[in-house]
Design a binder for this molecule. Structure first.
Ligand code: FE2
Ligand code: FE2
Length: 293
C-alpha cells in the first residue's frame, strides 16, 4: 500500500457499526446541520449505488481487459456493502419519525429508475464517472476536515461515513478506467460530472431542508447561519479539487491518497478491530484511533 496515487488493491470489507439504541438524527450534537447534510446524502445511497452497480455490470460485458473486469467486480462488491450499510442507517432515521424519509426515498427511486430506463448507456457511464470523481473530492475534504466535522460525534456514524469514503478513495480509478475504455470523450466526462453533482446537491438540499424544517431549525437565524458557514467551508475545500477534475488531462491516479486513509487501510489489513467505532475525540491524530484502544 502506498499513498503515492498508485492504484490500491481493493478489498470488499465486512464492517460493523454499533449504533447505540439512543442514536439521534443529530449524531454530531455540536453540528445538527452537518448531521442532516450527511443524513440526506445517506438517503440517496440505496438508490444511487445500485444504479452505479447496474451500469458497471453492463459496462463489464463490453470490456476486454481482464484486470479491469476484476476491478469492476471489486467495485461492485464495495458499492454493494456501502448501500446495504446505508440502508440500515436510513432505517434508523426513518424510525426516528422523519416524514421526509419515505417521500425522499420515493423521489430518489423514481430518479434513478428513470435514468437507467431512459438515458443512453454513454450517459449512465458518464454519470457514474462524474459521481465517482465528485465522491473522490468529497472523500478528501471529509478526511482533511475530519476533526471539525466529526469531532465528538457518535463513533459508529462517523466511522460509517469515513469508511465509505476510505473505500471511495480506494476505488477512485475504476469508473474512470471504464469510461476511458468505452468512450473517453471529454465533453461527456464533464457533462456526467456536472449532471451528477447538480443532481446530488439538489436532492441532498431537499433532504436536509425538510429534516431541518421538521426539527424546527430551518427558520431560525442561528441554525441558518451555521448551515451557510458550513456550506461555505465545504465549498471552499471542494472547489479547487473539482477544478482539477475539469482539466482535460485529469486522471484520478494523480490525486494522492491522504496519509490518514493509507493508515486506515494498513490498520484494517493488520486485522485491527474498532474501525467501525473510531474515537471521535482523537480525530486530529494522523492515524485512525479505535474507541476501544
Ligand atoms: Fe459507495
Ligand atoms: Fe464509489
Amino acid at each position: 500500500m502506498s499513498n503515492t496515487g498508485a492504484p490500491q488493491r481493493m478489498f470488499v470489507r465486512r464492517m460493523r457499526f454499533p449504533y447505540p439504541d439512543s442514536l439521534k438524527a443529530w449524531w454530531n450534537p455540536a453540528r445538527p446541520e452537518f448531521s442532516h447534510v450527511v443524513n440526506a446524502a445517506s438517503l440517496a445511497m440505496p438508490f444511487l449505488e445500485p444504479y452505479l452497480i447496474e451500469t458497471m455490470r453492463k459496462a463489464k460485458e463490453r470490456i476486454a481487459d481482464p484486470k479491469l473486469q476484476q476491478d469492476v467486480d471489486l467495485y461492485i462488491g464495495q458499492e454493494s456493502t456501502h448501500f446495504r450499510q446505508h440502508q440500515q442507517f436510513n432505517k434508523r432515521l426513518a424510525d426516528l419519525g422523519y416524514k421526509t424519509v419515505p417521500n425522499l426515498e420515493a423521489t430518489l427511486k423514481a430518479d434513478y429508475d428513470a435514468l437507467a430506463r431512459t438515458r443512453s448507456f454513454t450517459f449512465n457511464v458518464a454519470y457514474a464517472e462524474g459521481f465517482e470523481a465528485m465522491a473522490l473530492t468529497i472523500g478528501h475534504m471529509l478526511v482533511e476536515d475530519r476533526e471539525f466535522l466529526f469531532g465528538g460525534a457518535d463513533p459508529a456514524v462517523a466511522s460509517l461515513v469515513l469508511w465509505h469514503f476510505v473505500e471511495e478513495i480506494e476505488h477512485k480509478c475504476v469508473t474512470y478506467d471504464v469510461f476511458k475504455a468505452l468512450d473517453g470523450r471529454y465533453a461527456w466526462r464533464i457533462y456526467g460530472l456536472l449532471y451528477a453533482t447538480v443532481h446530488i446537491i439538489a436532492r441532498t438540499r431537499q433532504g436536509y431542508r425538510a429534516m431541518l424544517i421538521e426539527d424546527g431549525l430551518w427558520y431560525t437565524l442561528k441554525s441558518r447561519l451555521a448551515l451557510y458557514r458550513l456550506l461555505a467551508r465545504i465549498l471552499l475545500k471542494l472547489t479547487p479539487r473539482l477544478l482539477r477534475v475539469l482539466r482535460p488531462g485529469y486522471d484520478p491516479r494523480s490525486v494522492r491518497d491522504p496519509a490518514w486513509v493509507a493508515a486506515w487501510w494498513r490498520l484494517h489489513g493488520e486485522g485491527r478491530d474498532g474501525l467501525g467505532q473510531l474515537d471521535t475525540t482523537r480525530l486530529s491524530s494522523p492515524v485512525p484511533i479505535p474507541r476501544t484502544a
